[in-house]
Design a protein around this ligand. Sequence first.
Ligand code: GDP
Length: 211
Amino acid sequence: MRSGHTFHSNVKVRTVEFAGSLFDAGAPVSRDLPQVAFSGRSNVGKSSLINVLLRRTRKKLARVSATPGKTRSLNFYLVNDRFFLVDLPGFGFAKVSPRVRRSWKALVEDYLIGEPKLRGVVHLVDARHDPTSVDLEMVEFLATRGLPTLVVLTKMDKLKRMAREGSVAAALERLNIDEDQVLSFSSKTGEGRDELLTALDDLIAVDEIEQ
Ligand code: GDP
């Protein structure tokens, strides 16, 4: 990428199909395709990001939550007949009981540990706030498992330049990650969409080269 030029990815989202939900242990999808999971606390902007990423403007795929914390399952979307985008439940909301929260956590962890086709995780953090201990826990968990992790800072349109830089610096420092693991995103302006698509393509391409 040359600085000062708009980055255009040639990765195109052609088809998207809802492929199933996982509420409990088990395998909701049978096709042997790579998977990339998206995580982040409720209200971080995950549904908006997925809709923008997959260009679902009229018919929305992921529901943008009016009542936060609604998504309790892992939702699978088949993209381009090539990989599954897996929407993990966002937790961290006061409204759910500790017992429910623990069961979501177990469901997510079982998936992250047990899914052999998982090629990486995109973890979302609201750019306006410092990463929390829950974010750190997640990123450390992924690092321990050796899963490629990308941290996406959401709602970047809400920040001015200095604050943007501060947000990236805070993520690098608090989450102990490299610069190439952080990406700025806005579902309002589309900033970061092409970069994220290219990053996903890199994760998935590993499988295709190996075949
Ligand atoms: P989720 O709970 O993580 O799926 O979050 P949503 O996608 O439902 O978004 C939560 C709230 O943040 C909604 O009111 C969205 O309109 C808002 N939001 C999400 N992404 C952005 C963004 O990039 N910019 C701005 N300004 N608002 C956003």
